[in-house]
Design a binder for this molecule. Structure first.
Ligand code: PBG
Length: 336
């Protein structure tokens, strides 16, 4: 009997036939070690103020943030990325509240490090939570001025590191800021402070819910005229080679870790960055991605838990070493 050609020569389904063999052949594994918890803080007394556009996410008071840091430690979450919701009364055109040593971020960082010294604390370096116009930098004649903004960002990074931040994450996309921050940190003796640069950050619709979360409103609601969006500094979502140039600059300037943002629509960028540079590379599953999963799950259209694990594992498959995500505590519980 000649069976040639009667049966497929390979049957990939053999490797999927049961749980034990699926586990045995699994290529990528998501673990709690991969998670950075994205967390919003406010300076009021109320412990938790829910963010409507992000069901399940609340702005924490400083006290609640310290408790959350303890929870992160218990869950084994390695790090927290903290973002401030600043009182509108404290905002101005230059975002000077960003340099307040006793401001919300510094106070929260101190409280969190006190409560859970072994949890890494990452802070955003950018002016948007502090400016009344909502831009990440300083505006002059309706344009974001690069080099003067870099000076302020460098000061901001120093103030945050002085308060105890372990990782500074410039998310502003000004040219040259990683080098300026590295130089200033080294001059201040802060050789061990890590820089995770938002190396490839795109001008994205997926940041929508974040504006509510940090209360930065619509761009242009401030007193100063502005160009209306962030496209003169954040990247065009049609570009990929440009991301490699941005990353190369940040690496040359001293970035220790790289971040790609947003996450899921940009897995190709995550993969390229990891392959071409080989540095620890992270993806940010941003507010809009969180909101989409939540909204669909609330309607009964997708299974939330499965969507969380699938989306986070997809980042690992693309090459990410970890993920900044609002789902971190929930994912950690599921993985635990
Ligand atoms: C600000 C900043 C943004 C986010 C993190 N840092 C918004 C923006 O750049 O407009 C977005 C986070 C999210 O959407 O979850 N520099």
């Amino acid at each position: 009997m000649n069976y040639t050609g009667r049966y497929p020569s390979s049957r990939p389904r053999r490797l999927r036939q049961s749980d034990w063999v699926r586990r045995l052949t699994r290529e990528h594994r998501l673990s709690v070690d991969d998670l950075i918890w994205a967390m919003v803080v406010h300076d009021g007394a109320e412990d938790e103020i829910p963010v409507a556009a992000m069901p399940g996410v609340a702005r924490y008071s400083v006290r609640a943030a310290a408790e959350a840091a303890k929870r992160a430690a218990k869950l084994g979450i390695p790090a927290i990325a903290v973002f401030p919701h600043i009182d509108a009364a404290k905002k101005d055109a230059t975002g000077k509240e960003a340099l307040n040593k006793n401001g919300l971020i510094c106070t929260a960082v101190r409280a969190m490090k006190d409560a859970a010294p072994d949890v890494g604390i990452m802070v955003d370096v950018a002016l948007d939570p502090f400016t009344d116009h909502g831009h990440d930098g300083l505006l002059r004649d309706g344009r974001i001025v690069n080099d003067d903004t870099v000076k302020v960002l460098t000061e901001q990074a120093l103030v945050q590191v002085e308060a105890g931040a372990d990782i500074v994450a410039p998310s502003d996309m000004m040219d040259g800021r990683v080098g300026a921050i590295r130089t200033a940190l080294d001059a201040a003796g802060k050789h061990d402070t890590l820089i995770m640069s938002y190396a490839a950050k795109y001008a994205s619709a997926f940041y929508g819910p974040y504006r509510e979360a940090i209360g930065s409103g619509k761009l242009g609601s401030g007193a100063v005229a502005n160009p209306g969006d962030k496209r003169t500094y954040q990247m065009d979502f049609a570009n990929s080679d440009e991301a490699m140039r941005e990353v190369a600059m940040d690496v040359a300037e001293g970035a220790d870790m790289l971040l790609v943002k947003p996450g899921m629509p940009y897995l190709d960028i995550v993969a390229r960055v990891k392959q071409e540079f080989g540095l620890p590379t992270y993806a940010f599953q941003v507010s809009g991605e969180y909101a989409m999963i939540k909204a669909a799950a609330q309607n009964g259209w997708i299974d939330e838990d499965r969507a969380i694990i699938e989306s986070l594992t997809a980042f690992k498959r693309a090459g990410a070493d970890g993920i900044v995500t609002y789902f971190a505590p929930k994912a950690a519980e599921m993985l635990g």
